[in-house]
Write a protein that binds this ligand. Structure first.
Ligand SMILES: NC(=O)c1ccc[n+]([C@@H]2O[C@H](COP(=O)([O-])OP(=O)(O)OC[C@H]3O[C@@H](n4cnc5c(N)ncnc54)[C@H](O)[C@@H]3O)[C@@H](O)[C@H]2O)c1
Length: 336
């Protein structure tokens, strides 16, 4: 068995907000396999109806619309998982108010709708972007949080609000700080490509499959083994396992937690490109351009707290497995 597919003794009623998206749909697949009762709430702005499996209820709604949230919370839930957000760091620097509204106000709307319906548990998709430029590596949860882009700031602001709601309103939350989410489901249950990806791995895969001609590498003069930026990539199946463990932990212990989800291992842009060329047999065309503001040379993290508290470790996040599972999906869309 590759990951969690055992039926649970204690099925929960779970509302997955943003569950039609890339990461959310992987968590939905595992929750369903465990026998939970799931409702996906999504406005399908970047998600896909095809990502919602049979046996899962779907509510088409927007977290900016309080009426939509009130509507879905007419049903009882034990736990909310919240994936809905705008996530392009560059765009957030150009359009901060859009990110404040979607991410921060949207999350407050969810919390208030939960409280009105007496739902006390929430799992939140936070991000490595809360840390900003690393002062030491690997980054742990005690590392200072000084986000360098507005997207990261919105995630940190939501974490602060979750902490206040935990104190003032007795909610339990898990804030899961993902590093670079990547890969596709090992069992092939998710097959929609991300729309307009801004992250390295889907962009390289789009080139390998002929959907895109060329990519840019932002800087090759960093202090890393080959001069290009080094990042920590975490497989979505590993993220899914962590969400289920975090849900069980906060509900069983009536406690909250904030943890990194990462591997502790880093790969450079050129490492990724070489590995993709080997796995796909396709040449990846790239050009080197200037560094981007705010991009650190290297960003890798320790997930010791997740190991300690949740007994979680990344098991599917070798670069090879990440890229092979992605290529299985992208090769279907191959255009060359
Ligand atoms: N992809 C990564 O590497 C990464 C890393 C760290 C954190 N995250 C966070 O994980 C979460 C999920 O990311 P993803 O990569 O799956 O993104 P995604 O865009 O594929 O998924 C987001 C989902 O939320 C839905 N949505 C967006 N705005 C909504 C709204 N106003 N109302 C209702 N639904 C809405 C979208 O339709 C989509 O289905 C986000 O919160 C993101 O910030 C992602």
């Amino acid at each position: 068995m590759t990951h969690s597919t055992l039926k649970t003794q204690n099925p929960n009623l779970i509302l997955v907000i943003g569950g039609a998206g890339y990461i959310g749909s992987h968590i939905v697949a595992d929750l369903l396999a465990e026998g939970h009762d799931i409702t996906v709430f999504d406005n399908l702005s970047t998600g896909f109806k095809e990502n919602i499996p049979r046996g899962v209820n779907f509510y088409h709604g927007d977290i900016l619309n309080k009426g939509d949230l009130k509507g879905v919370f007419q049903q009882p839930f034990d736990c909310v998982m919240h994936f809905a957000a705008l996530k392009a760091a560059g765009d957030s620097m150009l359009n901060p108010s859009k990110y404040a509204e979607h991410n921060i106000s949207g999350s407050i709307n969810i919390l208030d709708a939960m409280l009105a319906a007496n739902v006390k548990n929430i799992i939140f998709s936070s991000s490595a972007a809360v840390y900003g430029a690393p002062e030491y590596l690997p980054v742990d949860e005690k590392h200072p949080t000084h986000p360098e882009n507005f997207y990261g700031y919105t995630k940190l602001a939501i974490e602060d609000i979750l902490n206040w709601y935990a104190k003032l309103k007795n909610i339990n939350f898990a804030a899961l700080r993902y590093f670079n989410a990547a890969g596709y489901d090992a069992l092939g249950r998710v097959s929609q490509l991300e729309r307009n990806p801004a992250n390295l791995l889907p962009i390289v895969m789009e080139i390998a499959s002929g959907m895109r001609k060329k990519m840019q590498i932002f800087g090759d003069d960093y202090d890393t083994h080959d001069g290009t930026g080094v990042r920590d990539y975490i497989h979505v199946n590993d993220l899914a396992t962590a969400h289920i463990k975090a849900m069980n932990f906060i509900m069983e212990n009536n406690q909250s937690l904030t943890v990194n989800l990462a591997t502790g291992e880093g790969f450079s842009v050129l490492d990724v490109i070489k590995a993709v060329e080997k796995i796909t047999g396709q040449k990846i065309n790239y050009e080197i351009v200037a560094r981007r503001l705010g991009d650190p040379a290297e960003l890798i993290a320790q997930a010791l707290r997740a190991d300690d508290i949740l007994k979680w470790k990344a098991k599917h996040s070798s670069l090879e497995n990440i890229l092979e599972t992605m290529w299985r999906v992208y090769r279907i869309h191959r255009q060359n």
